[in-house]
Design a protein around this ligand. Structure first.
Ligand code: SAM
Length: 356
């Protein structure tokens, strides 16, 4: 019979394997090892040459990836340097192709960036302080931006299309959209590409994200209709400009003063204007143990979202697990008269449509 202790030990070993394997996947993405293998099967020297890494490390990583089941091994030659490894079906879409709807190649780097600041997080737990978004660095910034990018570019027109009356407004020349907490700008760019008559303005508190958002918009050829400002969404003042739509994708839970943000945004809407919030798809109430979404969101909350929000000087500090009834309470407190869940299917997010 298996004892409780044995079951817990087995779980811990499985968790540690998953964590360490995720960091190995991070290395593969960061060093372009999967990309090199996308050109065809390679042995250790072939990978070392193509990716510019040392052959001994290439050999060990290939063996680790084969053992972990991420790479397929063709032949198990006794000479470790002669074994060849290849990407199995589907891996290119998940780890290499940044345009793929299945792309998750930026997730291991996000995990690694969070692990990299664990001492700061531990200190924040002790003191009640925070860890600024900027402290998490490029792995977090790019992780979030690149993970969300394919779905923004593919789906944002349909999401906005599901809000009654909004697409026709955005089809009018001179319409304006505000994209709050825009990060590296992919939602802002996707809105501009989907609604060519609209001017779209992204704001974010993080300086590096805003700088990259500007570069991304220029590279996509929409810089003439898209602009970005580093600003706190709770205090942003558009100097008289009014917006037809304000969007808030996966960031309301990160904002220190979500009610203040929604209140500020309400003042900036044209009469009949809308707010579209997309945030984590979590249950309406707490249950334990939770499903995979609750587990992932709580894990990110303790390690990233809550410390980053507290670094802003949190007033409300939702944490990542922002539940629908809480969003409804924020909307009511900020003076919105209508709050509805928007009819948008998504595995990981729920959408809310607010009108003044
Ligand atoms: C999880 S990221 C989401 C970024 C982007 N919306 C996306 O989906 O890719 C949250 C973003 O909210 C920004 N943020 C947090 N608090 C903010 C505030 N008070 N005002 C503006 N942006 C804020 C962070 O800097 C970060 O870029």
């Amino acid at each position: 019979m298996t004892t409780t202790e044995e079951l817990l030990v087995e779980r811990m070993l499985n968790d540690a394997a998953a964590a360490m394997e995720t960091l190995n996947t991070c290395l593969g993405v960061r060093l372009g090892l999967y990309e090199a293998l996308a050109g065809g099967p390679l042995d250790a020297h072939g990978l070392a040459d193509r990716a510019g890494v040392h052959p001994r490390y290439a050999r060990e990583w290939l063996e680790q990836q084969g053992a972990a089941g991420w790479l397929a091994v063709d032949g198990t030659d006794d000479d470790a340097y002669k074994r060849t490894f290849r990407l199995p079906d589907g891996l290119h879409s998940v780890l290499v192709d940044q345009d793929s709807p299945f792309y998750l190649g930026a997730l291991p780097g996000f995990v690694a960036s969070v692990a990299g600041v664990i001492d700061h997080v531990a200190e924040a737990f002790r003191t009640g302080g925070g860890v600024s978004f900027a402290t998490y660095g490029a792995g977090t910034r790019h992780g979030i931006g690149r993970l969300n990018r394919p779905m923004f570019l593919r789906s944002i027109a349909a999401w906005i299309g599901a809000l009654s009356g909004v697409p026709s407004r955005l089809a009018e020349e001179g319409s304006h959209v505000l994209d709050l907490g825009c990060g590296t700008g992919w939602s802002t760019i996707a809105i501009a590409e989907s609604f060519p008559a609209a001017r779209v303005h992204g704001i974010d508190l993080d300086e590096a994200s805003v700088a990259e958002a500007r570069q991304n918009a220029a590279a996509r050829g929409v810089a003439d209709r898209v602009s970005f400002t580093r600003a706190d969404a709770a205090a942003f003042d558009p100097e008289g400009l009014r917006y037809d739509l304000a969007c808030c994708f996966e960031c309301l839970h990160d904002m220190a003063d979500p009610v203040g943000v929604l209140h500020n945004v309400r003042r900036m809407l044209v009469p009949g204007g809308s707010v579209l919030i997309g945030d984590e798809r979590v249950a309406d109430s707490y249950t334990a143990p939770g499903d995979i979404r609750e587990r992932l969101n709580y894990a990110f909350s303790t390690l990233h979202c809550l410390p980053a929000t507290r670094a802003e000087g949190a007033k409300v500090e939702a944490g990542t697990v922002l539940r629908a009834p809480t969003v409804g309470e924020y909307a009511a407190a900020a003076g919105y008269t209508s709050f509805k869940e928007a009819p948008i299917d998504h595995d990981l997010w729920r959408f809310y449509h607010l009108t003044a």
